[in-house]
Structure formats: C-alpha cells, structure tokens
Design a binder for this molecule. Structure first.
Ligand code: ZN
Length: 313
C-alpha cells in the first residue's frame, strides 16, 4: 500500500477568543479592568490575534456591556503589546461602534442553521446577508471575516447539511468576503465530519481562507482541530482555560482550550509564537480572578516546570 503522508503546517495562527467567547456566558459580570488585565497577559504570552469583545446589545449579553472600553484599550495598546485585536459583531450598529473604537477587523456572525440564526441574532439568514452588505457599504475599510456558526450541528435542529454551508459560503463570496470561519458552536463535530465539511468547502471554493472555531463539548475538540490542520487549515480559534459557550446555544460547553492546543502543537514541532509557560500564568490568572474551576487539561495537570519539555529548548 502506498504511504500517504500527512503534511503538518510549520506554523499555526491561534486566534484567542477567551476575552469574548470565553467570558460571554459567565453569569457574574467580570469587570472591564479584569478583562483588560487578561488581554495584557495573553498578549504577553505571545498571542498574536485576539477577539477582545463582542458588540452585541447589552440586554442580550450583559457581560459584553463594556465592549467599547475593552476595545479602546485593545486598539490603543495593540502595537505595544504586539497583537491584532478583533471583535465579533452581529449587525451594522455593532460594526459601526467597533469601527469607532479604532478596530479595523471584525468577525461578523451568521449561523448556517436558520433556527440558530433566529435565536442568536433574531434574523433570517437572508436578512443577515443583507446586513452584511450594509456593513460593507457603510464601512468599506473594515475587514470582515464571516464566522459561520453551527456549521457542524445546531442545538435546535441537529444535523446541518453541507450544502447549506456551501450556499452560505457562496453568498459570502458574492459579497466580497475572502475569509470564513467554520464554527462548531456546540462542540459536536467528529473528525470524519470535519474532514468532509472542510474538503467540500476547499474543493468548491479553493481561494477562500478557512479558519475553524471549535468547542469541546464532546471532548473531540483537539481531534477535530488536528484533522483540520492536516487539511491545511492554519487559523484556529480557541479560548484560555477552555472557557466559553454560546448564550443562545443550549448545551454548548467550552471552547477548545488554548493551552491544551498550544502544548500539543509545540510538541509536534509546529510554531505558534505562544510561550507555554507564560501562557499558564494567564490560565492561573483566570482561575484566581474569573473562574476557579476550568475544563482544560493543563489547568489540572502538573506544572510545566516539573517537566523538561520546553525548559531545555
Ligand atoms: Zn464559540
């Protein structure tokens, strides 16, 4: 039998979504100062891209009511801290507010599942696409990445047909979008499904840049991420501590934990730019100031200092 070799990427871009997706679902308000301190620490560990907040209506997601303050800090300190800030926006108003803080790149979210889009954004997919056009017309200098929520499963309707993903991708391309993120919003994907979905999009739209946003509800987050990487995907969203969940996706657990992902990638010889020992300090900060009990493996494992994985290199 002929040997098929997996070509792993030399480098993976970890997009830290902890300050947004990680925190948005927490019942107790995390003060803006604590969010800002977390952003500083994550950047200090080598995080290059961070989704710092979400410009949603504060009644819908009270945790993000300080979006302007957090985004302004991120924009004003991004160069010094060495990272690129992003924010999530659900509509034109959110995009305009984000733009006014100085942000020049956003993740605009549409769910592949119509039922989830209704619950999350209170719009039809068609109306969300119209709103995307409104943003492009109103803010031509804003780079817009389309985050495609529930691409691997919907909390209301279950399986999501690949044709629906392809149709939404086509609609995005028709409007000039060049980057999409396939999101497993509720963390139910498996590696075979991940392979099928990503291959289908790559084959239909070879020019579009694909990233992934993986939740770890069923414990398959790392397996799905590695499957995506084996297909050439190098933009991966994850959250510190494995925090996270969607307020409008019942049953969704945390994101893929950045420290777990980073650890495995580094040990595979794949560059991320994130220092694992310094990143653990951000994990400890989360445990002390935000949430004591985390789902990530490394938040429960022995400390790096007890091993020689990184200290000798
Ligand atoms: Zn998410």
């Amino acid at each position: 039998m002929e040997e098929t070799k997996i070509v792993w990427p030399a480098e993976v871009e970890i997009v830290e979504v902890g300050p947004r997706d990680g925190l948005q679902n927490l019942p107790d308000y995390v003060p803006a100062e604590t969010k800002i301190e977390l952003i500083k620490r994550l950047a200090g560990a080598g995080t290059k891209i961070m989704e710092v907040t979400s410009f949603v209506h504060p009644k819908a997601v009270p945790q993000m009511a300080d979006a302007v303050k957090v985004a302004e800090f991120a924009v004003q300190n991004a160069d010094q801290l060495g990272f690129k800030p992003l924010a999530l926006v659900p509509n034109l108003k959110g995009a305009q507010t984000a733009y006014a803080t100085g942000l020049r790149e956003v993740n605009y979210v549409i769910s592949v599942s119509a039922a989830h889009n209704k619950a999350n954004i209170n719009r039809t997919i068609e109306a969300s696409l119209e709103e995307l056009e409104n943003i492009i017309v109103a803010l031509p200098e804003l780079k817009i990445n389309l985050s495609m929520a529930t691409a691997f499963g919907c909390p209301f309707t279950g399986e999501v047909p690949t044709e629906d993903i392809l149709r939404l991708t086509q609609s995005a391309i028709d409007r000039g979008v060049t980057t999409i993120t396939l999101a497993d919003t509720i963390g139910v994907a498996n590696p075979v499904q991940t392979l099928g979905v990503i291959r289908a999009v790559q084959q239909a739209y070879p020019d579009i840049s694909i990233g992934i946003h993986i939740h770890d509800t069923h414990g398959a987050g790392l397996a799905n991420t590695l499957m995506a990487m084996s297909l050439g995907i190098t933009r991966v969203e994850s959250a510190v501590g494995g925090l996270g969940g969607c307020p409008f996706a019942p049953g969704a657990a945390g994101n893929m934990a950045t420290e777990d992902l980073n650890n495995v990638l580094l040990r595979m010889g794949i560059r991320t730019g994130i220092d694992p020992v310094r990143y653990q300090e951000s994990v400890s900060f989360v445990q002390e100031h935000i949430q004591a009990s985390l789902l990530s493996h490394l938040s429960r494992a022995r400390s790096y200092q007890e091993f020689s994985f990184y200290t000798n290199s």
